[in-house]
Design a protein around this ligand. Structure first.
Ligand SMILES: [Fe+2]
Length: 367
């Protein structure tokens, strides 16, 4: 990608195509104290109200900078590297982190250790990268006093409140409005599939765990989707096409949202899984199509529930786990409350929190 000049016109040349850069596109990128607020980097003028007839009177390239005099009297210097990264639409910070596939053979995954100033050190950057690689991360020794989970979440971004509250306490209780609040085995699922948008990241913090059961289980929805695509393309196709209704009802609210069990992006790549077989309702389709759908869902369920695809571990007090709720399914084994206490706290944050934090830490450490 190169910037070229010709007769007061500025071009970018990507080796194949040479296009003129619109003078107004550059004019609305001028910086300097007169034009941009130093602290916020926000414009001090409103380009949407400006006359669009901006021309370039003079343009030069010197030492990596493009120097331009516009016909409205404004002169500016542009950092060519910065312009080039805009041409490439380079803000693909998450896409640049390749997802790693995993199953029950996953081992040696790095656990992080909480320490002072944790949210501003390089280790937080490494933690977020690891989170995007594997879809989950565990941090040990996180303080548990005074609902510290909320402070933890708000130090990365902001808590995404749901109908379960700002944070929720996972303890068995009488008259539960969700199976999480029982002592039963819970199969792999994603949380809140009936919400729009679905909360992106679940944080679970172990406060007490004295029981011999109550193991945490995780399955990678990304690995399974890719496996299904390869091994059973018909099943994959129908699960990426049929939108089903997810519904949650309690005495205060009825929530529902529609989605495919495997949701793809515009380029047909993996984007999100939702799986919560106690809450999904497929619409009434032709009988043959429903036959195919039920076979495909069963196949998907078998993969999600296979021990070969699951990692299983026990959270100890002060362990905090962050899970990508659009990618990783979680569950737990049953436990006997007579053996002792089991108390976890949970809350949600959204991807813009972790992505924003990651961009900030990359800037801070020049990564
Ligand atoms: Fe859950």
């Amino acid at each position: 990608m190169k910037i070229e000049l010709n007769d007061n016109k500025i071009y970018f040349n990507n080796g194949k195509l040479k296009n003129e850069i619109h003078p107004f596109w550059l004019r609305e990128r001028v910086d300097g104290e007169e034009f941009l607020d130093k602290g916020t980097q926000q414009r001090l003028y409103d380009p949407s109200t400006m006359n669009g007839e901006i021309n370039i009177e003079k343009a030069e390239i010197n030492n990596g900078f493009l120097e331009v005099n516009f016909n409205d009297g404004v002169n500016s210097k542009f950092d060519i590297n910065k312009l080039q990264s805009e041409f490439l639409n380079k803000d693909n910070i998450i896409k640049l982190i390749p997802k790693k596939k995993w199953d029950s053979t996953l081992e040696n995954i790095k656990n992080f250790e909480y320490k002072d100033d944790f949210f501003e050190i390089k280790e937080m950057h490494d933690l977020l990268v690891s989170f995007y690689e594997f879809g989950f991360v565990i941090i040990e020794n996180v303080p548990a006093e005074n609902n510290y989970i909320v402070k933890f979440a708000n130090s990365i971004g902001s808590v995404r409140r749901t109908n379960f509250g700002e944070h929720f306490n996972v303890k068995s209780k009488s008259d539960p409005n969700d199976l999480a609040y029982t002592t039963l085995h819970i199969g792999p699922h994603t949380d809140n599939p009936y919400r729009n948008p679905v909360p992106c990241i679940q944080i679970l913090h172990c406060i007490e765990n004295e029981v011999s059961g109550g193991y945490s289980t995780l399955v990678d929805g990304y690995t399974i989707s890719e496996k299904l695509k390869k091994e059973d393309p018909d099943a994959y196709k129908i699960l990426t096409e049929v939108k089903v209704r997810f519904k949650f009802t309690d005495k205060n609210v009825i929530l529902e949202d529609w989605s495919e069990l495997i949701h793809l992006d515009d380029e047909k790549n993996f984007k999100q899984v939702r799986f919560s077989p106690r809450l999904d309702y497929v619409p009434i389709l032709e009988k043959d199509k429903l036959d195919q759908y039920y076979i495909a869902r069963k196949k998907l369920s078998e993969l999600y529930n296979s021990k070969k695809n699951e990692v299983k571990f026990k959270l100890k007090p002060n362990d905090l786990m962050m899970m990508d709720n659009h990618r990783v399914l979680h569950g737990r084994t049953k436990f006997d409350p007579k053996e002792g206490k089991r108390f976890l706290q949970g809350c949600y944050i959204d991807f813009d929190s972790t992505e924003g934090k990651l961009r900030h830490l990359k800037r801070k450490f020049g990564l």
